[in-house]
Design a binder for this molecule. Structure first.
Ligand SMILES: [Zn+2]
Length: 357
């Protein structure tokens, strides 16, 4: 099947078309964490350059950063910053000629109110425009008891589904820094917490799929961040087994679960391809794009050291305005982020596959 969508923010049934096209086409979309207009624009630029659709995502602290670090009501800043960012994308994504999904990343138990507040903004936006402000939200209660995890996902999805919002859930803990489960010691391949059980995926599917659309971040040895080699063993067959169990038990089509790959930085390319073949349509990227930005800015500062110390060189009177103008070095960071994303689009096979027409 070949599908087309209008360029711009994609929600509801259009989001399902986007992810089904990825699963059918054997590719995945990068989901890039962003913290401000520089990184948002770099993601849209990279998507346009690679003719790929893309997922733009905010952590709660990324949203807060968007609003400004000085705001003293941190909760309000997390909400308003994320809302502001979403409006920025609604205004501009169409101009980049690609489809953009707006998603929020990990929300643990303490952050449920953040997600609920954002859903409230989507409800208002839906009243005004017929579309939610966001495309999907993640609720990551994988550190909690599974009964609590699933009942909260059920409660939230019941509210989100009528306005076309999708929910990403997590079963099994992705190791690494972001979740606070991580050191080089406890991310080892033998830690059972790091592997999702297929039976739990089946339970989630049976509970949630009648209510609305959900996607599943399953843990198969993946970790957030980049760690010393040899400590992580990816076992994508866990994804395959989960798909097979749901398909057989519920008598569904092939690959019924819409799977998400967290913590893919530094993964072996062959394991990435294998994971995609089992129905992964979204792969998160954060650590590597952060480093890409900082590396380029660092190199620029090193090369133009004196422009970061003097407005006018005290020795020879050279004016440095054209070098210290923040637009110049921020752009260096954007260009480097775009280059790193070229690699991500190519690893995930989504280049040239944009549905936007
Ligand atoms: Zn994650």
């Amino acid at each position: 099947m070949s599908y087309t969508l209008k360029p711009g923010v994609v929600t509801g049934d259009d989001y399902k078309i986007l992810l089904n096209a990825a699963k059918e086409g054997g590719y995945a979309l990068p989901a890039v964490n962003v913290v401000g207009t520089n990184s948002v624009n770099a993601v849209m630029e990279a998507a346009a350059k690679n003719k790929s659709d893309v997922i733009i995502q905010f952590s709660n602290s990324g949203g807060q950063f968007f609003a400004g670090k000085s705001l003293t009501d941190a909760f309000e800043a997390k909400v308003l910053g994320t809302v502001s960012a979403a409006h920025h994308i609604h205004l501009l994504a169409e101009k980049y000629g690609i489809c953009a999904v707006i998603h929020t990343d990990h929300a643990n138990k303490a952050l449920i109110p953040w997600v609920e507040a954002l859903v409230g903004y989507s409800e208002n936006h839906y009243q005004e425009t017929g579309k939610p402000l966001f495309s999907s939200h993640m609720l990551d209660l994988s550190a909690e008891d599974i009964d609590f995890n699933l009942s909260e996902c059920e409660r939230l999805l019941k509210r989100m589904s009528p306005i076309g919002l999708s929910l990403e859930i997590e079963l099994g803990v992705t190791g690494g820094e972001e979740d606070g489960v991580g050191s080089d010691e406890d991310i080892g391949a033998d830690n059972p917490l790091l592997y999702t059980q297929p039976e739990d995926c089946l339970r989630a599917y049976q509970l949630l799929s009648p209510i609305g659309h959900f996607s599943l971040a399953a843990s198969f040895g993946n970790v957030h961040g980049v760690y010393k080699p040899g400590n992580v063993r990816l076992r994508p067959e866990i994804l395959k087994n989960s798909q097979a169990l749901v398909q057989q038990t519920c008598n569904t089509d092939d690959k019924p679960l819409d799977l998400v790959f967290h913590g893919g930085s530094g993964s072996d390319k062959a394991k990435i391809s294998e994971a995609l073949s089992y129905g992964v349509f979204k792969m998160n990227i954060d650590t590597d794009t952060q480093f890409a930005v900082s590396k380029a800015v660092g190199a620029y500062v090193e090369e133009n050291e004196r422009a970061f110390k003097y407005q006018i060189d005290p020795d020879d009177g050279t004016p440095y305005k054209k070098k210290y103008d923040p637009r110049v070095w921020l752009r260096e960071g954007e260009v480097s982020m775009v280059e790193r994303l070229d690699e991500a689009f190519s690893d995930l096979g989504s280049n040239g596959k944009s549905l936007a027409k």
